[in-house]
Design a protein around this ligand. Sequence first.
Ligand SMILES: [Zn+2]
Ligand SMILES: [Zn+2]
Length: 549
Amino acid sequence: MSNKEIAYAFDELANLMDLHEEEDFRTRSYRNAYLNLRKLDRPLAEMSDAEIKDIKGVGPAIAGKIRELLSGGKMAALEKYRAQTPPGVVEMLDVNGFGPKKVRVVWQEMGIETIGELWYACNENRLVEYKGFGLKTQADLKQKLEYYLRSKDKLHLDAADEVADFVGARLTGALRGAFVSPVGELRRRCPVVERLELLVGYNGELDPVFDGQALTLEKEENSAYYARLENNTPVIIHRCLAEEFGSKMFKLTGSAAFIDTFVKAAPELNFKGMRIEQEVFEKAGMSWIAPELREPEYPDIVEHARQGKLPALITEQDIRGILHVHTTWSDGLHTLREMCEYVRNLGYNYIGITDHSQSAFYANGLKPDRVLAQMAEIDALNAEMAPFRIYKGIESDILNDGSLDYSDDLLAQFDFVIASVHSNLKMSREKATERIVRAVENPYTTILGHPTGRLLLSREGYPLDWDAVFDACARHGVSIELNANPYRLDIDWTLIPEALKRGIKISINPDAHSKDGVHDIRYGVMVARKGGLEAETCFNAAELPIFKR
Ligand SMILES: [Zn+2]
Ligand SMILES: [Zn+2]
């Protein structure tokens, strides 16, 4: 069990206890454990009982529960509360921004036990009669429920990737000589994977793969096996003969619109029975098209492949430096030195440190005197670590009126500034656009950070007039971030072609809050490729970054 899973068990326990109106001090201690365990950078599974007991916020009782989870995957206290609560009510606790106190009213006073019923009750204005629910809360909740229902069973790109690795390893392990590949949305690197699909080329039965534990088979239909992992994640495994693996891979990867265009472009071609996918493109007389581009957003891609005019998509190896990194100066897990050494040892040329600015009090944002102290530490590290370069940056909050968070004098001392919105995210299109454009116009802004503030599957971003935002970026030489965190992947890939057309560079930034976080760059690159980004148009693929001042 990972630290994250253990932490979430305590979060669930605290929520369920609140729901059952247990004493505050007990739930508080579990909630505390959740917060502290999440931040831990050593796997609990590798720690001794004594070490676990010593963790901040963990006493003997909580340590015992952690041990229970580590040894059997279950916690008796949690199971007890789960058993006393209808499954639909437990699920309500997963709806973002719907706390246990309100869930209790819904369950105990209104007698509602499923998400569907609750949505319907909002629809009929039944909630407004109850304490703590006004018209506005009800409208808000209805929206949240709709969002939740839409996102259910969908996966972030990193989770989909992990599941595919796990299932892929099972398939190749159990079936000798099988070919395995992700297909569909995962192979196309869609930021959210709604259907997780793998293809296995194998001339035999698939049965040995399903054991009813790690992987349960639910149904079989036209050579497709619908299965679920232990944690309930749905997976679809397509099966074909080894000798038609390439043809099937082609067919199952592209969007319907892409396959349609392809077939129309090569009507005489019979692309059945090909062992590798490359052959399909060769026979059709065109270059191989990267799966990321096989989308309806690229109606001309087949034509371009015929003319040999495909983009040279960026790869992870093209990235030369890592920008947007947090340290213990604000809300990062590792020190400035640790982050710099880590990034240098990965082989990058440079790092850009961007802790939070002073308005981000919840993230220990830097007051001006601490900015100067951090700059002095960076100077010393630069002297020590050359030729590796450490750039002095800041992730400056964009305030409500679009201004940045420090005086011009102080802003002028940074090598670069990432301007990001972190507060008051509920804005009209007009207000949001005005705020962002004003931040972009600030002469000290280098990069616009996570431009819409969205959290995939959790929160929709604010709407923007992209025409106005792109115009401002192009006019002021401001680059746009593709935040590589799999929850953000913001700017959305569909907008990248238009940004590139206007000469705007895209910076693929991990927004790393720990050493591990740096590796998110991988997901950023996947999605950047989808947007047609090439090394030349990527801000941090330059040997050294060219900041505009
Ligand atoms: Zn941020
Ligand atoms: Zn950040």
